[in-house]
Design a protein around this ligand. Sequence first.
Ligand code: C6P
Length: 413
Amino acid sequence: MLDARRIREDFPVLRREVNGRPLVYLDNAATSQKPRCVIDALVEYYEGYNSNVHRGVHALSVEATARYEEARAKVTAFIGAPSHEQLIFVRNTTEAINLVARTWAPANVHEGDEILLTEMEHHSNLVPWQKVAQDTGAHLTFIPLAEDHTLDLSRLETVLTSRTRLVALTHVSNVLGTINPVKEIARAAHQLGATVLVDAAQSVPHMPVDVQDLDCDFLAFSGHKMCAPTGIGVLYVKRPVLDEMGPFLHGGEMVKEVWYDHATWNDLPLRFEAGTPNIADSIALGAAVDYLQGLGMENVRQHEVQLTGYTLNALKELEDVTLFGPKDLNVRGGVVSFYAHGVHPHDLGTALDKLGIAIRAGHHCAMPLMRKLNVPATARASFYIYNTEEEVDLLVDGLKQSLRFFSHVTRRA
Ligand code: C6P
């Protein structure tokens, strides 16, 4: 098990106060905090060897290139990818998915084809496919949500057809916490010749993920949710899918030879990394991977299972509070969304902030799912390696206090 109290010492921001109270940071699904070693990696780069990569012959450039490629190798190993050539650095999950929608999709999705999504997708894994469908004449279809907020796989045979070109689904829902059986769905999709994209924004930071075990064709995630800086994300692509993909952005770095009227493309993965990449943040992502591996991803997962169970137990005692997501902790990540009847989640979020407690309130970039759940928004607490049961107690006390306040105000109105 993790020693969250010890881990907290690695995160400078957790020492601060908000509104005169110690910060209780429970908005980790939005972005995680950063440990000292990641901050140090950024400072070391800018103070010690700031330089462009893959270009210079001078010492600083050689050093920066080595560290940048070392970071790629670390991330490759972290997700069990067979080769660093299949690991493309992008800005975030959103850009990774758009890269696939702009390069792979136009060559592979045609009029009358189907793109199968789920009813719990984040906008980043929905809107790019709406655009592909509009451009190509393909149709979007959806694996429906079951009563228990898992996917209704009894409907898979109906929605996954010989016309399905792509199945694009989230590994873990950022609203419900549901862990989807992507391996099983990928197997069924491949049997029908469909390609599979996994939005791993909420899984790679929180549990062991092995792309070869999942057997997905694309996997996308963001560094900022796993202790790394903002502005760095990853797209993994399986071969031979990758070999058939044309470039995304065109310009320097992604070319091998250029004439006035044409150009040839660089080797993988640089073919997909046009222009000067995000060098410092990539190197810091490597440091974040080292840090998480030091803790052990299975331990990270178990810590969140424990905290989520503890939170669900406490919250189910609260009157007029609806909890979302599966009850079974085996299929649930460290995300707890809830709705307190009669109180808008934004008001609740603001009241908790006054107590130093940071949660997220809103539609969580999943508006269609909010409509499905029949709520305007939800409040959401989401956990990471440094959160403790004491913090959950503070959340529950804060909630009780806020709900008492709002019911008093409503009665008087
Ligand atoms: N969800 C949340 O608070 P970016 O913004 O590109 O790093 O990640 C997008 C994204 C894609 N898929 C899932 C499942 C996600 O949860 C997110 C980001 C944040 O839930 C911000 S809306």
